[in-house]
Ligand binder design. Structure first.
Ligand code: IMP
Length: 175
């Protein structure tokens, strides 16, 4: 399913520029705090790779993998951990890094799970805040781009495992 109509929403240049801005802000806010960045696989892998290289100091990274989507464009509503964190988070400054927030169910679950590790602080950075279908309020401390709606692909985001490696972000056009 590599075909299908799609429209470019964020160009490479826009992504690079915004990630640089996020990196500058995070570098200021986390200077001297030795944070751990916890990325949510798989969609985050490209954003995370660019974000850590926009920071002014080295950070520790870890990843979780959660299942919330059945593979299409609708959420199943349930969240399961299929890969947990490995770095001890107790008393650390933890920043969750997520590609896109839709209903908020995934992040709400993950926040609760990571909070049980008793980190010193726990914040969230997401590239896309897709706000219109939010079901649970989650505090998004750092947001790349707010987007009302639409199913997005590219720059790590997939639709049924396709279109993840597109360098820009596209919105799938409805027929
Ligand atoms: P939420 O639990 O509804 O907030 O969904 C979050 C997860 O759903 C993200 O981590 C993505 O994996 C997936 N998702 C939500 N919207 C999109 C989209 O527009 N494109 C690709 N994946 C999405």
């Amino acid at each position: 399913m590599d075909g299908g109509a799609r429209r470019c929403l964020f160009s490479r240049q826009e992504l690079e520029g915004r990630i640089q801005e996020l990196g500058t802000r995070l570098s200021r806010d986390y200077a001297g705090l030795n944070p751990v960045l916890v990325g949510v696989l798989k969609g985050v892998f490209i954003f995370m790779a660019d974000l850590v290289r926009a920071l002014e100091f080295p950070v520790e990274v870890d990843f979780v993998r959660l299942r919330s989507y059945t593979g299409g464009t609708e959420s199943s509503g349930e969240v399961h951990i299929t890969k947990d964190v490995e770095v001890p988070l107790r008393d650390r400054h933890v920043l969750i890094v997520e590609d896109i927030v839709d209903t908020g169910l995934t992040l709400d679950f993950l926040r609760g799970h990571l909070a049980s590790h008793r980190p010193r602080s726990l914040k969230i950075c997401c590239l896309i805040d897709k706000w219109e279908r939010r079901e649970v309020e989650v505090p998004l401390d750092y947001v790349g781009f707010p987007v009302a709606q639409g199913f997005l692909v590219g720059y790590g985001l997939d639709c049924g495992e396709q279109q993840r490696t597109l360098p820009e972000i596209y919105v799938l056009e409805k027929d």
